[in-house]
Design a protein around this ligand. Structure first.
Ligand code: 5RP
Length: 233
């Protein structure tokens, strides 16, 4: 396993050990490569987990991960009160505001995080920053209704994101389509000193479904390092 993968694993294992408690019955599971280690740890700790706990995934990917592990899957409609949600991030600042949506899943991720009593971020050290935009240069992921994408793009440009781009599938096979049937725009804003304000401004654009800025949501973040240590914020 590469050093980066080991760093992700360290963060994920520690977060599961410290935040998934024996009395928890509903656990939210995010998306991405770090979350794979979350599921591994959950199964390692308690192979009988399936009998007593329901897992709420945040994407097609995390649903598959849970089903492959033989775990019981539910959704927010059935389980609107989640004990804890653990998810990755593309970047997380010193106030625990995060950019998410690199994997095109931030709408469901935000819903599952908001439904949880506690939202925990797991990542490697490259995601740890003082100010959003320092590390993640692809921009803020903005999920949009397909019909509205050019109109939303213009508004994002007017807000200051000159290089906003529609996210394309590999080999330019067409736009990426999210699990919810929408398109995605990646909108770079440079350093984001006021993420909550930017989030509000973007959400007010008609046609925007959800913004990959998670402000004031995470309670704690774990960043795995290549030397085997874990930074906790
Ligand atoms: C998906 C996400 C992921 O959590 C984020 O992209 C981090 O992924 P990884 O753990 O692979 O670095 O927000 O929409």
């Amino acid at each position: 396993m590469s050093l980066i993968e080991q760093a992700k694993q360290k963060a994920a294992f520690q977060a599961v050990d410290e935040h998934v408690l024996p009395h928890h019955r509903v656990i939210g599971v995010g998306s991405g490569s770090t979350v794979v280690h979350v599921v591994t740890r959950l199964l390692q700790r308690d192979p009988a987990l399936n009998a007593k706990t329901v897992f709420v995934p945040t994407s097609f990917q995390s649903r598959g991960l849970l089903l492959d592990g033989g775990l019981t899957v539910g959704d927010v409609e059935q389980y609107p009160d989640i004990d804890v949600t653990i998810d990755g991030a593309d970047e997380c600042d010193s106030d625990l505001n995060a950019i998410k949506g690199g994997g095109a899943a931030h709408l469901q991720e935000k819903i599952v995080a908001e439904a949880a009593k506690k939202f925990v971020i797991v990542a490697d050290y490259r995601k740890d920053s003082k100010v959003l935009g320092e590390q993640w240069k692809h921009g803020v992921p903005v999920e949009v209704v397909p019909f509205a994408w050019t109109a939303v793009m213009k508004k994002l440009q007017a807000l200051g994101s000159k290089d906003a781009k529609l996210r394309m599938a590999m080999k330019k096979a067409g736009p990426i389509v999210t699990d919810n049937g929408n398109f995605l725009i990646d909108a770079p804003f440079g350093l984001i000193h006021e993420p909550a304000k930017l989030l509000k401004d973007i959400k007010l654009i008609t046609g925007v479904v959800e913004v990959g800025l998670f402000c004031d949501m995470a309670e704690i973040a774990y960043f795995g390092c290549e030397d085997g240590s874990v930074i906790i914020r």
